[in-house]
Design a protein around this ligand. Structure first.
Ligand code: CLF
Ligand code: SF4
Length: 503
């Protein structure tokens, strides 16, 4: 199949600034969806930004082989198209995968989605992948099934995917241009031959696009992942976003290249850099004019378990699962009750969001002529959409932007945990400094509690610590703090030099 690429005249512009409505959280953009699609995404933690605070996913690593080579991948590790590079998962047989899924479903009722994302390409391991899906769709029908692929084998697998009710598929599409593709993929293995260079990239691109079209025709939701590689495909990804949207992809997830020399990947060894937080955010904003963007991806491992951003895999190793006595029917009933509770909470949140949208920034003489510039705030949360985590216990912070247009989720930033609750804080100083560096560009950090020492250091760095909104919903608290900043004239103050660093 020849790839159709629209010319500039045919394409809507992807340039321009970001308005809150254009690049708001994916859930703002989901508001217009049909009930059928809402039903498909409302409890999928990757397809709905709201859902990721409440619902968990798990991956089973049943797919060891891969049919292509990416320059950011080392086969010793998991597939880097959906996984943080440099981590290795425990390979499972389909039977072990089914047992593990049922064990997790019984112990983590919030787990709604089972994904296969590695450690190689799931569709280069058709028997193992489909055996797992076939058994799960029969034995655990309340779990959504999800798969992630490089797309080379996708067109041949679409019928089988549809047969197993797999209605969420991720394709990693880094380019639609074979010239660029040849710089990312040294070879593919196709029709029993190894093919290299531009020819290989052209085949891969055509197969990805054909697979995307076939999935969309069957009503299967497609998320496209793209790895942002500065100087290779960064500018080009706006074009990718436009084309995949035009072909019916539902969501675009632009992920940063992570290339460390110690991972032994081609890019890592060659010193290819990844994007800065600011470059990633700018590209996501630029793409969002055409596409729903995913901003909450955590680049999970191929055996991840739990809410996005947490990993409870150690609780479900094969030996531990073998020792568990699971009554799956009883677990299904418990899951249904818990899911109902979460649905009600989400509906409440939706109502609160509507009310929040109606809150106007106060006007009057005291606030006239203010600049109303956007402000980034970091939030420590352990889930549930609440500010409910101690600053020192956070392993990541969620970053929100408050502006006159409302509150939008921007990204997450990983940090080293500096306080583990005992006396073993030998590395405390440097880890705390690292946390503060990770929050550069933020002017406020909201958490449930914070110690005296980090409080002082944050203030020195121009970031205001705030524990006054503990156990409050995140978006309301962020807006309250923003309104307070307006009232007290803080928005008229220039950002401090420290907080102006990379956003
Ligand atoms: Fe897994 Fe991927 Fe399905 Fe989600 S992850 S197969 S769509 S269930 Fe999600 Fe993890 Fe990002 Fe993937 S946060 S790496 S996007
Ligand atoms: Fe590695 Fe995944 Fe690329 Fe295969 S598709 S080479 S496993 S990153």
């Amino acid at each position: 199949m020849e790839l159709t690429v629209l010319n500039e005249e045919q394409s809507p512009s992807t340039e321009g600034g970001c308005s809150a409505s254009a690049c708001g959280s994916s859930d703002d953009q989901l508001a217009h969806l049909s009930d059928e699609i809402k039903q498909k995404v409302h409890n999928h933690p990757c397809y709905s930004e709201d859902a990721h605070h409440y619902f968990a996913r798990m991956h089973v690593a049943v797919a060891p082989a891969c049919n292509i080579q990416c320059h950011y991948c080392n086969r010793k590790y998991d597939c880097a198209n959906e996984s943080r590079p440099g981590v290795v998962s425990e390979l499972l047989t389909p039977d072990q995968a089914v047992k593990k899924t049922k064990a997790v479903a019984a112990n983590i009722p919030q787990m709604t989605v089972l994904g296969i994302a590695g450690p190689g390409d799931p569709l280069a391991n058709l028997d193992r992948t489909f055996e797992t899906f076939r058994r799960l769709s029969a034995e655990a029908p309340d779990i959504k099934l999800c798969v992630s692929t490089n797309g080379l084998a996708l067109p041949d697998a679409v019928e089988e995917l549809a047969k197993h009710n797999i209605d969420h598929v991720t394709i990693t599409i880094n380019t639609v241009d074979p010239e660029i593709g040849a710089k990312i993929y040294p070879w593919i293995y196709w029709n029993n031959r190894r093919i290299r260079g531009k020819k290989a990239a052209k085949i891969l691109i055509e197969r990805q696009q054909k697979g995307l079209e076939m999935l969309v025709e069957r009503g299967i939701l497609v998320k496209v992942n793209s790895v942002m590689i500065p100087g290779v495909n960064d500018e080009h990804l706006k074009e990718v976003s436009r084309i995949v949207k035009q072909k019916g992809a539902f969501l675009h997830n632009v992920m940063p290249l992570i290339a460390e020399a110690e991972h032994g990947t081609f890019y890592g060894v060659m010193g290819q850099r990844g994007p800065s937080n600011e470059e990633l955010m700018d590209l996501q904003d630029a793409c969002s004019g055409d596409m729903n963007m995913m901003r909450h991806c955590r680049q999970c491992r191929a055996d991840a378990v739990g809410l996005l951003g947490e990993d409870r895999g150690d609780e479900f190793t094969i030996d531990k699962i073998e020792a568990m006595d699971i009554d799956y029917d009883a677990a299904m009933k418990k899951r249904a009750i818990i899911h109902q509770g979460i649905e009600e909470e989400l509906a409440e949140k939706e109502k609160r969001r509507a009310a929040l949208a109606a809150v106007k920034v106060p006007s009057g003489p005291a606030v006239d002529n203010k600049h109303f510039r956007p402000v980034l705030m970091a939030v420590a949360t352990s889930g549930g959409g609440m500010i409910n985590q101690h600053f020192g216990h956070a392993t990541e912070f969620l970053i929100y932007e408050a502006s006159r247009d409302g509150v939008r989720f921007i990204s997450h930033r990983k940090v080293d945990q500096y306080c583990i609750g005992d006396d073993s804080c030998g590395e405390k100083e440097s880890a705390l400094a690292g946390s503060i560096r990770a929050l550069s560009g933020c002017e406020v950090v909201l958490c449930s509690k914070i110690g005296f020492e980090p409080w002082g250091l944050l203030e020195e760095a121009g970031i205001a610590p705030n524990g006054e909104h503990a156990m409050e919903p995140i978006e309301e608290a962020v807006m309250d703090v923003y309104e307070e900043m307006i009232k007290t004239g803080k928005l008229d103050e220039a950002k401090s030099e420290d907080s102006q660093m990379t956003a």
